[in-house]
Design a protein around this ligand. Structure first.
Ligand code: PDD
Length: 281
């Protein structure tokens, strides 16, 4: 395996960043995870637009020209022979002696690009069986719209999910409304077949897969309502699913031990998943 680290393609096992990298010391960095399907990056433009937004919200510089970054991403994918998988892009505020305030503006940002293959048999199994989620109180900061590498609450929530025999944790706001998963957006399908997902300007990450799902739904003639929904409404929904670059539309069959509908992945979720690959480019 090969990774890209600050200007070099290096063997994955030997790939490293400096001990005083601000990403390492402060979580002072941003990232993107893009799906790779049939060897191509899905939604490149939207991912790089969001990376641009994350960088600018944190007053961080681009590590290289946008077009050059696309070349590096493709090269890492090619060198690793990834056909179905993901490409990970991480930019940090660079290397400087530990100090909370920003380093001098001539400090170059650090850039790391990693690609990984999916185990397609494992993916198929997850789609067939569906995933289980637990709910946890929201305990993250109020800028989760920035795709920051500071993910400790997400790590703890997803570990808790794993220990409960589940695969995702949903953050719940103080009104009992579902925010999003530790690494995914949350959706329900109502009895009338309407898709419901929380508005992206209310304390969640604006998922790229979430955005593309709007195009997919339109193509399938499905209606989307952008509104908050409660845990109780989700438990009583016709279908529940999550979306992210690593899961696309992935069925949820259990929330806090309560079975959703008949306990099997929903048909609308599965058709959204199918159609996603035709719409995404
Ligand atoms: N996570 N919400 C959170 C908190 C996320 O971390 C993610 C993605 C999403 C979905 O966004 P998108 O559709 O752009 O992947 C929502 C990635 C996959 C990760 O951290 O691995």
């Amino acid at each position: 395996r090969i990774a890209y680290v600050n200007g070099r393609y290096v063997v994955h096992r030997d790939a490293c960043v400096h001990i005083e990298d601000r990403g390492y010391q402060f979580g002072d960095g941003v990232y993107e995870v893009c799906e790779v399907t049939r060897g191509f990056v899905v939604d490149t433009v939207r991912h790089l637009d969001r990376l641009n937004r994350s960088l600018s919200e944190l007053s961080m510089a681009w590590p290289m020209a946008r077009k050059a970054l696309v070349v590096v991403m493709r090269e890492v994918i090619r060198r690793n022979g990834v056909v179905n998988g993901l490409v990970y892009v991480q930019v940090t505020r660079g290397v400087a002696g530990r100090d909370f305030v920003f380093p001098s503006p001539d400090t170059p940002p650090s850039l790391v690009v990693i690609a990984r293959k999916f185990n397609m048999d494992a993916v198929a199994k997850r789609v067939e069986n569906g995933l289980k989620v637990i709910t946890v109180p929201e305990n993250r900061w109020d800028r989760v719209d920035i795709k920051s590498t500071g993910l400790l609450p997400n790590v703890l929530a997803k570990q808790k999910a794993k220990e409960a025999g589940c695969q995702e944790a949903w953050f719940i706001d103080t009104d009992g409304m579902v925010k999003e998963g530790g690494s995914s957006n949350a959706w329900i399908v109502t009895k009338d077949g309407v898709l419901v997902t929380r508005p992206a300007d209310h304390g969640i990450l604006r998922g790229i897969t979430r955005t593309t799902m709007f195009d997919v739904a339109e193509k399938l003639g499905l209606k989307i309502e952008e509104r908050k929904f409660s845990v109780a409404e989700a438990k009583a929904a016709r279908e529940v699913f999550i979306s992210s670059a690593t899961t696309i539309a992935m069925p949820i069959v259990e929330i806090d031990g309560a079975t959703i509908a008949n306990g099997h992945p929903g048909s609308i979720t599965l058709s959204l998943r199918q159609a996603f690959f035709d719409v995404a480019e």
